[in-house]
Write a protein that binds this ligand. Structure first.
Ligand SMILES: Nc1ncnc2c1ncn2[C@@H]1O[C@H](COP(=O)(O)OP(=O)(O)OP(=O)(O)O)[C@@H](O)[C@H]1O
Ligand SMILES: [Zn+2]
Length: 686
């Protein structure tokens, strides 16, 4: 056989750009993984192109060391998708493609040495046990008229079509997804279903398995999320790539699952901020899902009781088709909402007499109660009663949060840098020993509730109580099993869960989000309140929600009283339009951090000057607004000072063009090497 020479372009997980040229002397395809030398080391990369000649002197091009063929090459369509994500979010292609693979597939160590045994895929296949499936019983309810109409509309769509399934809390959106998924499976296509949070996957997985395993087969359901071990993730990912998994359920990262023969994409709770990745490639899985559906020419269903205003505006412009479920599926009413004005009230440990009375009644009636407080820990700070000292993090410009640690001992934690310290015995300022917790977090409320309702079983679910793998699932299971009377929780408990016997929801301290500077804060608060309210009375009706507030007249609360998403959206959209804010304009955020705030601001000022010049050269100065660099509200985190620069435009292509040139210039600029900076397209928080 004659030796062949193939020129290959390879992407690597490096911030340096790329692709990089190599020469392969064996057969190689686009989408293959290869081991290549890079500088003094070797790396695993992915072939993204087979150019007819290299982009520089062939004599200098190095050889591919090994073409890995333990999996089929990644498909062209998937690489096209990754390419779009890289271009849209302004990151090197390698930083999209490689992190999307399970880590054993991109780790050199997994392929080298005595114990490699042919690499991670070969090892896994040897170990593979026969999948076991338990027969599950499953009752299929008769669809409501609204659900049936939605399922029919989705089934009738040919090619790309985006649906916004606008269904009130408890309207049975899940049932619509299940039926639509079954239709796609029956046509021999696969389904990708995204949920916003890991803790929602067990509930969904159970329904999917119960209902669709008979069609999809025991290996037909795969779950992908970030809490899987490397081995679990590899196993699930391979079953997707090899076509065994017919239904893929996952959190945001699963949008990068390697599937081309999709017949349906579903994004549940599409408004949820968890779809936004907050570091590295800062993508929106919801937005990428719409692009992917368009590219694959298939329907996509975005579901929510409180859609994002972006999606709502898209229905008004007829880009998306709205499917309405205005009533609850079990023929029960939405809960009654009551606003308790805390300004004139004598509160007991942060609880109003109204809430305490209502709780007593529900508990006597053997119903569950949910107390929602979006603040974990014991108290937001420790405070000295003599001199006014407040516990602060030495590395960040924030208070440290008081936590109850083991055996009732307390500790101070910084929620920003993770720093933990003992509680000082006396005030560091004045030496006084009279120090008190300031305000309340979930731990403190849990403690008060146990005192107030000694007979009740109180359970707290928040990021602290669910750190161990599997613990969240166990805690939620005990709520569903009726082993809990009062559930205290943060936003983790506020959405998606279908609690059968929960009659009352109490909302504490919602006002904390009322006066944020972020223009999206009211939208987020309203969605959160609607979602948590929606946990009450789902199965037997007569639910009640008590919201404690010092500002009952605020528009957010007035809309909540009437469950009036449409009115709230209308009003907020008008404000956004008047101020030319998203979705009526597009934004990007350049942020930077350095030891000294001035370094950060100087860099951003330089960056702004560069962008101004570029906009003029590109002829887009008129449609692009560059704001002044500003320090972040919490300016110092882990001893780094942070600032940002907002770019806004009504013209998306002009902005994308500017960003591309801007990044290229910033990468060349010496000032950019002295600090950390990043660009975020479509930021959710500013
Ligand atoms: N057609 C139906 N007949 C009877 N019960 C139904 C029907 N469809 C759904 N249900 C039940 O209604 C309840 C609410 O459904 P589901 O959890 O899907 O609501 P949802 O729309 O996702 O709500 P949320 O937005 O609050 O998550 C569930 O207990 C479900 O089993
Ligand atoms: Zn800190």
């Amino acid at each position: 056989m004659r030796p062949v020479t193939n020129w290959v372009s390879v992407v690597l997980d490096l911030p340096l750009g790329g692709p990089f040229d190599y020469r392969a002397t064996t057969a190689v395809a686009v989408g293959d993984r290869v081991i290549v030398p890079f500088g003094h080391r070797k790396m695993i990369g992915v072939v993204v192109d087979l150019p007819s000649e290299p982009s520089y002197d062939p004599a200098l091009v190095k050889d591919v060391e090994l073409v890995l063929q333990d999996i089929a090459p990644l498909s062209q369509s998937w690489i096209k998708f990754a390419r779009f994500a890289a271009e849209y979010y302004q990151r090197p292609l390698g930083e999209v493609i490689l992190p999307a693979l399970p880590s054993p597939l991109r780790s050199l160590a997994a392929y080298q040495g005595k114990r490699a045994a042919g690499g991670p895929v070969a090892r896994l296949d040897k170990r593979r046990k026969a999948a076991q499936s338990e027969a599950m019983q499953s009752v299929v309810p008769t669809l409501s008229t609204g659900q049936q109409a939605a399922v029919d509309a989705i089934g009738a769509s040919e090619g790309f079509k985006a649906f916004l399934l606008f269904g009130v809390t408890g309207s049975g959106k899940t049932e619509v997804y299940l039926h639509a998924a079954a239709q796609a499976l029956a046509r021999g296509r696969r389904v990708l279903m995204l949920v916003p949070e890991i803790n929602l996957t067990p509930q969904f997985e159970q329904s999917l398995r119960a209902r669709l395993e008979p069609v999809a087969g025991p290996e037909g359901v795969a779950v992908l999320h970030s809490a899987l071990s490397d081995g679990e993730r590899l196993r699930a990912w391979l079953s997707v790539q090899r076509g065994q998994a017919r239904i893929i359920l996952g959190t945001r990262l699963s949008i990068f699952a390697p599937i081309d023969d999709l017949g349906l994409l579903v994004v549940d709770e599409e408004h949820d901020a968890s779809y936004k990745q907050q570091d590295g490639l800062r993508y929106s899985a919801r937005d990428l899902a719409v692009w992917r559906a368009h590219d694959l020419n298939i329907p996509i269903v975005l579901g929510s009781a409180t859609p994002s205003l972006e999606s709502w505006v898209n229905t008004q412009k007829k880009h998306y088709q709205r499917l309405d479920l205005p009533d609850r599926a079990r023929e029960v009413t939405l809960p009654t909402v009551r606003l308790v004005d805390t300004r004139r009230l004598q509160m007991e440990h942060g609880l109003s007499p109204h809430l305490i009375t209502a709780m007593r009644e529900r508990l006597a009636n053997k119903e569950q109660v949910l107390i929602f407080l979006n603040r974990r820990g014991y108290a937001p700070a420790l405070h000295c009663n003599s001199c006014g000292w407040v516990s602060q993090c030495s590395r960040c410009t924030t208070f440290t949060v008081l936590h109850r640690a083991h055996q009732g001992r307390h500790q101070l934690h910084c929620h920003h840098c993770g720093f933990q310290q003992r509680v000082p015995k006396a005030c560091p300022e004045c030496g006084d020993q009279d120090m008190q917790p300031m305000g309340r977090g979930t731990q403190r409320i849990e403690e008060h509730l146990a005192e107030l309702f000694p007979e009740a079983r109180v359970l707290r679910i928040d990021a602290d109580s669910t750190r161990k793998k599997g613990s969240a699932q166990a805690l939620f299971a005990s709520v569903h099993a009726g082993e809990v009377d009062i559930l205290v929780g943060t936003q983790m408990v506020a959405k998606g869960h279908d609690f059968a016997n929960l009659g009352l929801v109490g909302v504490l301290n919602a006002d904390a989000m009322l006066f944020s500077q972020d223009f999206r804060a009211p939208e987020r608060l309203f969605a959160q309140l609607m979602q948590v309210s929606g946990r009450a009375g789902r199965h037997s009706g007569h639910g009640e929600v008590i919201v404690q507030t010092g500002y009952p007249e605020q528009a957010v609360y007035q809309a909540l009283l009437k469950h009036d998403y449409t009115g709230f959206a209308q009003h907020t959209i008008r404000e956004r339009e008047a101020a030319a804010l998203p979705p009526f304009s597009h934004q990007a955020l350049l942020s930077a951090e350095a030891r000294e705030l001035q370094t950060t601001l100087d860099f951003l000022t330089t960056a702004r000057d560069i962008a101004t010049t570029l906009a003029t050269q590109l002829g887009s100065a008129e449609v692009i607004t560059l704001y002044d660099p500003v320090p972040l509200r919490i300016v110092r985190v882990d001893n780094m000072c942070r600032a940002q620069l907002l770019v806004e435009s009504t013209h998306r292509p002009a902005m994308q063009q500017l960003l591309r040139h801007w990044i290229a210039e910033l990468n060349q600029d010496p000032s950019a090497r002295r600090l950390n900076w990043q660009l975020e397209v479509d930021p959710l928080e500013i």
